[in-house]
Ligand binder design. Sequence first.
Ligand SMILES: CC(C)(COP(=O)(O)OP(=O)(O)OC[C@H]1O[C@@H](n2cnc3c(N)ncnc32)[C@H](O)[C@@H]1OP(=O)(O)O)[C@@H](O)C(=O)NCCC(=O)NCCS
Length: 183
Amino acid sequence: MSRTNYLRIIFPFGPSVLFPCVKGPDRFMPAIRRFRDVEIRRAARQDLAMLEEIERSSFQKERFPRSLLSTITSSEGFLTFVAEEEGGIVGYSSAYLEGRGRARLISIAVLPRERGKGTAKLLLTRLEGGCAHKGVAVVGLEVAVSNVVALRLYFSQGYAIKGMIRDYYGKGKDAFYMVKRLR
Ligand SMILES: CC(C)(COP(=O)(O)OP(=O)(O)OC[C@H]1O[C@@H](n2cnc3c(N)ncnc32)[C@H](O)[C@@H]1OP(=O)(O)O)[C@@H](O)C(=O)NCCC(=O)NCCS
């Protein structure tokens, strides 16, 4: 379902004009994104309730339980970041540090009402930076072959398909295995 957003153009001497934009104004205007006040920071235990909310609104069967969310926000073996705006946390990304220079992106999600504003790109970039800092050279991930939005996100960030895993998300629900070399 698409909702109509409006881009307000303000002229110095005269009335402002509203232009309808189906996907949201800042999907088309990277310059506007810079003015969004989003902070990407490491996740903490007090973020658990919001992470659960993001999981509930973003995934179905493959949703992470609270116990796993608790682990990824507290264990040294994971890197987890949240995107925080004035109103609270709007998205998160997490990677498992597998060792030997490899990490696995295990989750990335943004609240439905906040999508299309560049938040996932910020979260992924920050996560990759954190992984590189920990000595990671290659990040891998699985994504449903039907998840076109996520696939586009990963392609745009330099990930390449390395293979397909049959029935990864259940019978008939295949996944692509994708990787990105960080250095
Ligand atoms: C996938 C997801 C995290 C993207 O979050 P987002 O904040 O909306 O993404 P961004 O705004 O940063 O967009 C990043 C890229 O994703 C793609 N994208 C985002 N929204 C899209 C849409 N509605 N249609 C097509 N591509 C889209 C584009 O390639 C976009 O880059 P561009 O703006 O330069 O074209 C979000 O849709 C989500 O939470 N989905 C549910 C959970 C999920 O499927 N996670 C992935 C599991 S593998």
